[in-house]
Design a protein around this ligand. Structure first.
Ligand code: NAG
Ligand code: NAG
Ligand code: NAG
Length: 472
């Protein structure tokens, strides 16, 4: 055997052995049970460094996934057209349901978590609310059980009367489900998936149809929401999955929870993201159906722009950005940066923390902000490019005003703390990072915080308004 090949084989063997040892013979559950790092052990800067790191990995995953679609991978069908037949009878127009939504900062991550009830009788989970994911999955105990699963929460399919495995021989498995594997040992074998990310994190398991329990907002009545496609993950690896029990797929695709749930509730959903550093008990809501916070008669009408459901960018939600201004000065950014047809485009992502701008936009924004902050003594804080000693800034120092001009005169005017971020006592950094060009830009959850966002899939419209999220 030629030496390089042998070396490769040895590497594979060694790594397989290591993986097997880690997984304790036949049980692959070990990675699942690691619980979140203790919040007291992390400073705000540690948290932001972790967000920065995971955002970089996620941005790579996003570009890769968009790149594949750009290069001809068949996009999934739009939900309204493909799922008509199996949709539940729509609820009355004013009906809605909501689930509690909290910042995951207490676990040392930059995600937002939603409380979710799955199966019959209902089992409780804490899932990452992810607009960038089409697949909903929960960590799952395999029927054979395992002795070393620890105290993590696992879905128990055998304890649910509504759990209905999807067969690998079904059309659904063969053509409709993302990341389904082609392997099909017998026609009745379950439809398996391997949801892999470029950073090496992944979730493996089998698909099933299952019901969730939802609580209707009017009268607080409980109801089943059936026919959901759910992944039962028997093995997952990756830091993003440690702190939660799985992922709630809010992306735009035929099989996502968002499409399925919105279809029965006015074709839309909304969320309000509390400040990302909020404690665990500060909760807002993820709502399916009308958004009362946007139709309040005492408030001016919300901002509205087109929600771009471009097949090239699925399952992500895109917006059209016309420009960015700092203190009223419109920055010179080439329009191609915001154009999905020319290698750019901008998406709104609940699973990314710090906003990521493609290089030409990043350069323009960072230089405009830093020029105006030139009077404040700078400090160096890895990994950020521009940080300031705010203690030494003097009382007159002000954060310049950043505005994203979205198509249709909708201006996103985030609070200063959402883009010039407190990283430590008396230290602020420009909390925007850069991505390679060409490539997509991502509006992260910190820039979205303290706003209500309504994703109106039916009318392809995005509406938003400032809010503390306290009564939402
Ligand atoms: C889906 O439903 C809508 C109205 O409910 C109807 O107009 C449309 O024709 C249906 N589409 C399909 C593919 O059945
Ligand atoms: C959260 O808990 C803290 C005490 O642990 C309390 O001071 C605060 O008011 C609570 N916040 C909310 C929104 O309930
Ligand atoms: C910020 O400036 C103050 C003096 O104004 C100084 O005492 C402090 O050490 C500086 N902080 C950092 C992080 O450089």
């Amino acid at each position: 055997m030629p030496a390089p090949l042998l070396l490769l084989l040895l590497l594979v063997l060694c790594c397989n052995v290591a993986a097997a040892a880690k997984a304790h013979s036949d049980s692959l559950h070990l990675e699942l049970v690691r619980r979140p790092p203790s919040p007291s052990a992390t400073t705000r800067l540690d948290l932001l460094r972790e967000l920065y790191r995971s955002d970089q990995l996620r941005q790579r995953m996003i570009s890769q996934s968009i790149g594949q679609r750009r290069h001809g991978r068949r996009p999934l069908q739009a939900p309204a057209a493909s799922q008509n037949a199996s949709l539940p009878a729509p609820a009355p127009a004013e009906e809605s349901f909501a689930m509690p939504l909290t910042s995951g900062a207490y676990t040392g991550t930059g995600q937002y978590f939603v409380r979710f009830l799955l199966g019959t009788p209902a089992q409780k989970f804490l899932l990452v609310a992810d607009t960038g994911s089409d697949l909903t999955w929960v960590k799952c105990r395999r029927p054979r059980g395992c002795r070393r699963c620890g105290r993590g929460r696992f879905f128990r399919p055998q304890a649910s009367t509504t759990y209905d495995p999807i067969r690998c021989s079904s059309d659904m498995c063969k053509s409709a489900l993302p990341f389904a594997l082609a392997t099909c040992p017998t026609p009745a074998s379950p439809c398996a998936y391997n949801y892999g990310y470029s950073d090496g994190s992944m979730a493996k398991g089998v698909f099933a149809q299952e019901s969730a329990t939802i609580t209707l907002s009017r009268g607080a009545r409980r109801r089943k929401l059936g026919g959901l496609v759910v992944g039962c993950t028997t093995s997952s690896v990756g830091s993003s999955f440690r702190a939660s029990d799985g992922v709630l797929g809010l992306g735009y695709s035929a099989v996502s929870f968002a499409a399925r749930a919105a279809a029965g509730f006015g074709g839309r959903f909304s969320y309000c993201l509390v400040d990302h550093l909020s404690p665990r008990n500060a909760s807002s809501r993820l709502t399916f159906g009308p958004t009362p916070a946007l139709s309040h008669p005492a408030l001016p009408p919300p901002r509205a722009t087109e929600l771009v459901l471009d097949a090239r960018l699925q399952p992500f939600y895109a917006v059209r950005i016309d420009g960015v201004s700092v203190d009223g000065e419109l920055l010179p950014i080439p329009s191609s940066v915001w154009d999905a047809a020319r290698g750019g485009g901008a998406i709104l992502d609940s699973g990314t923390s710090l906003t990521v701008l493609a290089e030409p936009a990043y350069r323009a924004v960072a230089s405009a902000l830093s020029r105006r902050l030139g009077g404040v003594p700078s400090v160096s804080v890895d990994p950020f490019d521009h940080c300031y000693n705010w203690t030494a800034a003097g009382p007159a120092a002000e954060v310049p005003k950043l505005v994203l001009h979205l198509a249709g005169t909708a201006r996103l005017e985030p609070p200063a703390k959402s883009y010039v971020i407190d990283v430590a006592e008396g230290v602020k950094c420009i909390g925007i990072t850069s991505a390679p060009w060409p490539g997509v830009s991502t509006i992260g959850n910190i820039l979205q915080q303290e706003h209500v966002w309504e994703f109106d899939l039916k009318n392809r419209r995005l509406r938003f308004r400032r809010s503390t999220c306290r009564s939402i």
